[in-house]
Design a protein around this ligand. Structure first.
Ligand code: NAP
Length: 308
């Protein structure tokens, strides 16, 4: 198997929890360099404080994974593509749809691989749900995605600022499952968002989707008694699918059908390696489009200030 020399940009929570260990265990990738504004390092890799320095200073670099907050991703990704690198974008891939379109065109013009990563899509239970729903009509969809922001995003100021997505930062994971499994087009017709008085992004949001049936989503960051990451789908034929634990478990009509340990990032890196070997891009804007539409047509209610 060909080894790809990769750099990781932004050594925050997801880079440390997933990208670095998965690369270290991968036969397809070698960690050539990291860049960290705070000066963090990784064993065996060159270390830089700036993405531009990493791109210029790493011999034989082929690709980068950009693990910064979404607001910083576009400028770094464009710089990387202009330097001739293949690019993996953490989710959400950019702060806007237009940014993603520019990156897609820039990658295509240079024959480079651009990959959007929607980690929740890399679950066997999600694939099984998609296969079961193929050709069916959905009568009911309910996304119930609730967690405690203090537990999952402590001290992350960027999630509350414009372009930080607020509760859609986890919510977009659910939407990435929805866009993968639904046998019919999914589009937002109504969004109601609750925005803390001291924030620019919502702490809770309810969505309605168009088309026949009762299709809804609820996202809430104020759940203190544990997290709920569930998607229920009922078909017009009467079958009920429940994807739970963030998409890692599938129950069909009350019977547990698929349950597998999480290997989302192993799946992401295996997919990236296959794309690099084939010279093929993978850009999926659908989950980002749903969130963009929610922000476009949604109503905003001001809530009480939120403090970490
Ligand atoms: P985080 O812990 O806040 O880490 C982001 C890191 O990016 C920072 O620690 C900083 O690292 C770097 N950074 C921040 N601002 C930057 C800027 N303006 N320019 C360049 N680098 C900057 O956030 P995270 O939880 O890892 O999330 C990062 C992305 O991964 C988000 O888009 C998030 O949705 C996604 N994600 C997170 C999780 C999760 O469980 N946390 C899961 C899946 C995906 P340095 O100081 O090292 O540069």
């Amino acid at each position: 198997m060909r080894q790809h020399r990769i750099g990781v940009i932004g050594l925050g929570k997801i880079a440390q929890d997933q990208h670095l260990p998965v690369i270290a265990a991968s036969e397809a990738f070698t960690l050539a360099a990291v860049s960290s504004q705070r000066g963090l390092t990784a064993p065996g890799a060159l270390a830089f404080r700036d993405a531009g320095e990493l791109l210029r200073g790493t011999p034989g670099l082929e690709a980068v994974a950009i693990c910064t907050p979404p607001q910083a991703r576009y400028a770094i990704a464009l710089q990387a593509l202009q330097a001739g690198m293949h690019v993996m974008l953490e989710k959400p891939p950019c702060a806007t749809l237009s940014e993603l379109a520019v990156l897609e065109a820039a990658a295509a013009a240079r024959g480079l691989v651009l990959m959007t990563t929607w980690h929740s899509q890399y679950n066997a239970a999600v694939d099984a749900a998609r296969d079961l729903l193929a050709g069916q009509t959905v009568a009911k969809l309910f996304v119930n995605w609730k967690e405690d922001v203090r537990k999952w995003h402590p001290g992350q100021a960027w999630i509350w600022s414009a372009g930080g997505f607020g509760v859609f930062d986890p919510g977009i994971n659910a939407l990435s499952i929805v866009t993968k499994i639904m046998p019919q087009p999914v589009y937002v017709t109504q969004a109601d968002m609750l925005v803390p008085a001291n924030a620019e992004a919502p702490i809770a949001a309810n969505l309605r989707f168009g088309g026949a049936g009762d299709l809804r989503a609820e996202f809430d960051w104020r759940a203190s008694g544990g997290e709920t990451w569930e998607i229920t789908v009922q078909t017009s034929a009467g079958t009920t699918l429940l994807l739970s634990s963030g998409g890692s478990k599938l129950t069909v009509d009350g019977v547990l059908t698929v349950e597998a340990p999480s290997r989302e990032y192993q799946g992401i890196y295996a997919h990236f390696a296959a794309l690099l070997d084939a010279g093929q891009p993978h850009v999926d804007a659908a989950p980002l489009r749903l969130v963009a539409d929610a922000f476009m047509i949604g109503s905003r209610t001001a809530g009480e200030a939120f403090h970490d």
